[in-house]
Ligand binder design. Structure first.
Ligand SMILES: Cc1ncc(COP(=O)(O)O)c(C=O)c1O
Length: 428
């Protein structure tokens, strides 16, 4: 039976966690803080749970340099359930309610508040004619998010500003130049611009913040699969979210960072219903979760604790100057460079995405040519499994191989895989 040390796991999520954190976890599950009771058994409203929440928020703010002051430019950190997918929906519900209320207030300014019917008619017209949510579709997850938006508010309100498959023979793997994007031209008509920073399935990552004027558009990012792997310009985002189960912790919590200015001035449910716009479930409602310090309903505190421990580990690794996440960023870059270096060196390997947008987290590649691909990929994966290099199979929708290079995958484990890649290539 192989040990953790002998095994290297490169699965796309759930993904490895630092062994030191798991060792500690096995202790606190039995007995937290020497209280004679385990962490999964204590109340989410206990003082211990509150402290875990506060410590985790504080560690995250330190790592990503999140401004947490009160006032419109500060941000709140919240923990929810429902995964990244839940946040696809939450962002639609929320940004729709925000857009409607802002537009209503503008109409009231123009027409005066007295004639409610007139205000409502003008608002309905504005919703019909103006309201859009913009999506940058650069891979399977942003595609899913845009489809969820269309399901909730109707496709007529969803503007796919770019679909990178159109430029690339129907396949994801590029991010077309921003000059080709068609964002809703009037930013006042756009409820948000949504993008997925790292596309887990397709191995496509934005090299930097996308070319969007974040003073004019509200930008929301899904960072589920590159959370805490690199620096983030939080201040240019209206909201950022990510499931914990790849780089941050166990499956069970989603982390969201929401700008305070988003949390007031939301259309009331009655008004949204009258406009045939959706009203989301309360457990996804950002203001409710903020108001209750993430404890509106039972929060899996153990998952928050794990995330907090992982964050503390990153902080302890960080060099003293510069943003705390910079140390992890250079390690991720180093590991990714090693793997891409070998994949580029041998013609038997073909990295799927374009060089300019290759993900540091999910490295997707094919092996061989069309007529011998199946055979070669099978052999590569079987050889990897024999060497206890596990989880390298590509997503079922893309095929081929995918190496997920998350934070808890050590340099040493990446070197082992690099050795097998090289050995395999030399056998061809
Ligand atoms: C980038 C990205 N967004 C969203 C999701 C969906 O997350 P969940 O399964 O937590 O809903 C995933 C899952 O792998 C993902 O990789």
């Amino acid at each position: 039976m192989p040990s953790r040390e002998e095994t290297s796991y490169f699965g796309a999520g759930p993904a490895p966690l630092p062994t030191a954190v798991l060792r500690q976890a096995s202790k606190v599950i039995l007995n937290y803080n020497d209280a004679g009771i385990g962490i999964t058994e204590i109340s989410h409203r206990s003082a211990d749970a509150e402290k875990i929440l506060e410590d985790t928020k504080s560690a995250l703010a330190t790592l990503l340099d999140i401004p947490t002051q009160e006032g419109p430019d500060g941000y709140k950190i919240i923990f929810l359930q429902g995964g990244g997918s839940g946040e696809f929906s939450a962002s639609v519900y929320h940004m729709t309610a925000l857009w409607v209320e802002k537009r209503r207030q503008k109409i009231v300014q123009e027409l005066g508040p007295e004639d409610e019917t007139k205000v409502f008619d003008a608002l309905r017209k504005a919703v019909d004619q103006e309201f859009k949510l913009d999506y940058l579709v650069t891979g399977s997850w942003s595609l899913k998010a845009s489809q969820e938006a269309a399901r909730l508010i109707g496709a007529n309100h969803v503007n796919v500003a770019v679909d990178s498959r159109k430029d690339n023979n129907g396949k994801f793997g590029t991010i077309p130049n921003e000059s080709t994007w068609s964002l809703t031209p009037n930013p006042a008509h756009s409820g948000m611009v949504y993008y997925c920073d790292n596309e887990t399935v397709d191995g496509v990552e934005f090299p930097a913040f996308p070319a969007i004027d974040s003073d004019k558009y509200q930008v929301i990012a899904d960072m589920s699969s590159n959370f805490l792997s690199r620096k983030v310009d939080v201040r240019r985002h209206a909201a950022i979210f990510g499931g914990a189960q790849k780089n941050v912790g166990t499956t069970g919590i989603t982390i969201a960072i929401i700008k305070n200015s988003l949390l007031t001035q939301l259309a009331k449910p009655d008004l949204l219903r009258k406009l045939n716009l959706p009203v989301g479930p309360v457990v996804l409602d950002w203001p409710t979760i903020v108001k209750n310090n993430s404890l509106y309903n039972t929060l899996p505190i153990f998952d928050v604790w794990i995330a907090g421990q992982v964050m503390q580990l990153l902080i302890s690794k960080a060099s003293t100057d510069g943003p705390k996440i910079a140390t992890q960023q250079s390690e991720s870059e180093k590991k990714a460079a090693l793997l891409y270096g070998i994949l580029d060196k041998y013609p038997v390997f073909h990295v799927v995405p374009d060089k300019s947008v290759r993900s540091k987290m999910n490295i997707c590649f094919r092996i061989g040519s069309e007529n011998d691909r199946d055979d070669k990929e099978k052999k590569f994966l079987a050889g990897a499994n024999e060497r206890l290099l596990l989880g390298c199979k590509g997503h079922r929708s893309v095929g081929g191989c995918r190496i997920s290079n998350y934070n808890a995958v050590s340099v040493e484990k990446v070197e082992k895989l690099a050795k097998w890649l090289e050995e395999f290539a030399q056998q061809q």
